[in-house]
Design a protein around this ligand. Structure first.
Ligand code: NZQ
Ligand code: ZN
Length: 392
């Protein structure tokens, strides 16, 4: 068992109409002037933004707004947000939306609280020494950014998508009303469920040992997400299923399912970030498209975990060799992805990559991980290229 730090300072307000508590929460955490940051407009269309600004007006909390955070949020808007915050003396950020709005807000927060170019943090050149305090109203269960220490930003020049992790970026509060996710397109709901599973699976498929309690939590979380994802395919308005998935999303990426292991594998995410950077695909769909090829490439080097996953999570019978059981587990998860209408290869994802694109992605990925990464199996550039090729 590895030693670990578990730090989850985020106050969670969960349930119907939780967003009505937002103004009080901003006051509680000392916000005097707020930047409300959101995405491409879903919160305008749903009326959520208006309800939030009305409640801040009533509470007498001044604010400015900045929309436009796109999926795979861009550095250019982050720079705009930093400028705006400095000009308006903003001291608190409120992200209303999904991982993209939250991550963009975190980056703005780093940019305001630190001198110099905020991209330096994403380029691993230096570490942030602070972040503006941030609150979140979550509208899609997916990335877990509402409780996580990470933020993922895409630099337009060279389409470089990179993550930066720091405890300073963990939100002060997260408002989670499962009903807010009911306006999601089915595709985004399924992308979210995939991402949630993958945050736990990245921590689960390791060769670094672990803890019984962590494995039990991880397996319980994965089974719960799969069950409720299928309920939502049939009935997207099922409140309880939405709630199960929303809370699973936070627990999957707040560190809980990694306690005692070696930090996890994370190569499916690294490979997906290249797809997201180059082709602007939805993160969850990109993960589903690459996972099977990654799993088939590495499973022999992490056989006990793949066997256990097949039996405990995918319900595969304990008959046959370990390799056969592991492969059945991989196939069963791909079948699940198909049932929730997720792609299982790049073609189904709508990506028709050239040989040069595949080589470029593998190269950028290798640079992004400093040469090699992975716990299930350590992958170098040639391995990354082989996985991209297999996923065609
Ligand atoms: O932009 P709007 O108009 O709000 O529309 C969004 C967007 O088109 C829409 N949406 C969100 N809530 C909705 C809604 N539409 C209708 N009703 C609602 N209630 O859904 C689309 C996707 O939103 P986005 O915020 O992009 O999704 P997600 O939460 O999946 O975030 C994806 C980004 O987060 C990064 C991903 O790489 C990607 O850039 N990640 C962040 C992580 C973190 N910070 O910890 C970890 C993840 O592994 C991931 O890398
Ligand atoms: Zn993810």
């Amino acid at each position: 068992m590895h030693p670990f730090n578990y730090y989850t300072p985020t106050k969670v307000i969960f349930g119907r109409n939780a967003e009505e508590k937002t103004a009080g929460l901003i006051r509680e955490f000392g916000g005097k002037k707020v930047l409300i940051h959101y995405g491409g407009g879903s919160v305008v269309r749903s009326g959520l933004l208006k309800r939030v600004t009305d409640s801040l007006d009533t509470a007498g909390i001044p604010y400015v707004t900045l929309g436009g955070a796109v999926p795979n949020p861009r550095l250019g808007l982050v720079y705009q947000g930093i400028e705006l915050c400095r000009r308006e003396n903003v001291d608190f950020l409120l992200a209303v939306g999904g991982g993209s709005a939250i991550d963009s807000a975190k980056a703005i927060g780093y940019g305001v609280a630190n001198e110099g170019d905020v991209w330096d943090f994403y380029d691993y050149k230096r570490k942030a020494e602070g972040c503006l305090p941030l609150g979140v109203i979550l509208t899609i269960a997916a990335t877990g950014s509402e409780m996580s220490d990470s933020s993922v930003i895409t630099k337009e020049e060279g389409l470089v998508k990179r993550g930066y992790s720091s405890d300073y970026g963990r939100p002060r509060f997260a408002v989670m009303d499962p009903e807010l996710t009911m306006t999601l397109p089915d595709y985004q709901t399924a992308c979210g469920c995939t991402d949630i599973m993958m945050h736990t699976m990245e921590r689960y498929f390791t060769n670094g040992g672990g803890m019984e309690i962590t494995d039990a939590l991880a397996e319980g979380l994965l089974c719960t997400v799969m069950k409720n994802a299928e309920i939502l395919v049939r009935d997207p308005k099922d409140y309880d299923a939405r709630a199960e998935i929303m809370w699973a999303g936070s627990l999957s990426h707040n560190g809980l399912t990694g306690c005692g292991n070696d930090g996890g594998d994370w190569m499916t995410h690294k490979l997906e970030h290249e797809l997201g950077g180059l082709y602007d695909v939805a993160h969850g769909a990109g993960l589903a498209a690459i996972w099977g090829s990654w799993a088939r490439y590495v499973y022999r080097d992490c056989l006990p975990r793949f066997r256990r996953f097949a039996i405990n999570v995918m319900g595969v019978e304990e008959a046959g060799t370990d390799e056969e059981i592991a492969l059945k587990g991989i196939e069963a998860l791909e079948d699940f992805f198909r049932r929730i209408h997720m792609p299982t290869n790049l073609r189904e994802l709508g990506v028709h990559a050239t040989k040069e694109d595949l080589a470029l992605m593998a190269h950028k990925c290798a640079v992004g991980v400093n040469g090699a990464k992975g716990s299930a199996r350590l992958l170098k550039e040639e391995d990354m290229l082989a996985i991209f090729r297999a996923s065609m």
